[in-house]
Design a protein around this ligand. Sequence first.
Ligand code: SAH
Ligand code: SF4
Length: 348
Amino acid sequence: MNKQNIKNLSIKEISIIIEGLGEKRHRKTQLLKWLYQKRVKSFYDMTNIPLALREKFQKQFSISTLLPTEKTTFSEDGSRKIVLKCEDNLLIETVLMEFEKHQTICISSQIGCALGCTFCRTGKNGFLRDLRCDEILNQIIFFKDNYIPPRKRYNIVFMGMGEPFLNTDNLFRAIEILNHLDAFALREKRITVSTIGFPDKIIEAAESDLKFGLAVSLNATTDRIRKKIMPASKNINDTLFAAQKFAELKETRTTLEYVLLKDINDSDEDALRLAKLTSGRPFKINLIPFNAWDSCNFSRPGEDRINRFIELLLPRAPAVTVRRSRGEDIGAACGQLSYQKREITDKP
Ligand code: SAH
Ligand code: SF4
């Protein structure tokens, strides 16, 4: 019998299994804590669960992990790109960023991305597959096991490889576990999901009980330019309508990411249009000066242009911040991640 991968189960599915085994409810709490707080790799280590039950779990389920590779690279700014290996030998690129009071981990939702935004290296390389719920969670578990000291504050951003809203089945399962108090206990301010913005999916997330912050990659102020650089994007009005709805239902603000591309979306008119699109609405604007990668056809606007853009935007739009990406020197900044097509075998 093929064992079921326990980290792919939702909270409800775990409850049903515990009930089916005739066990009391607190076993669910114990199991979640062992899996996601103590992060054990074997059911036998779950010492407050009776041995007979541990054996039943062991027969029925497996506990997956992601393996590290030797491909960790360090940036001058203290961030690290860490490459993890899945069971099928495909590689997931993740980034750990160090800040004064917290750490941020940038994780992936897919291997590659099918959406082909022209400024994004992940998009250029195409798509291999969705990550499963356990593979999403195991990225965070890997960081907790190896890099995040106990009780240190950390945030998770789904800004690595892939489009999270094209993998919502696994994404939403993972976020439910991330939110759950017996598991990771991470609330909305600690998790951000970045998407190019599928309005239906945004509304579905807004109406759910899931707790996370939303970032929508707007990246243009006209549908013509947006479609040109993000061929899979939906129109701006519908996207912003959904982004606003999310903010209203979750009583927060939605972040709008805007990658500044020289001579494409960085003009005075763009700044004024962006202000008009966002003024008086529950948004925060996050400007991201473009990060270059090999053979890309775009460049970053000069500092003067970026400053002028901010100057025009700031008094007219909701909160504006500029993201100075981390890890640019090691290909770990926003939009620089990609999967390696070749499988690698690491020496033990
Ligand atoms: N697919 C999702 C999440 C991954 S991309 C999305 O597109 O939102 C995370 C962020 O990086 C997005 O805002 C995207 O617009 C931005 N990005 C992509 N390529 C970039 C690049 N070369 N320089 C700067 N930001 C980039
Ligand atoms: Fe995919 Fe996001 Fe890159 Fe577009 S920007 S290709 S949606 S990862």
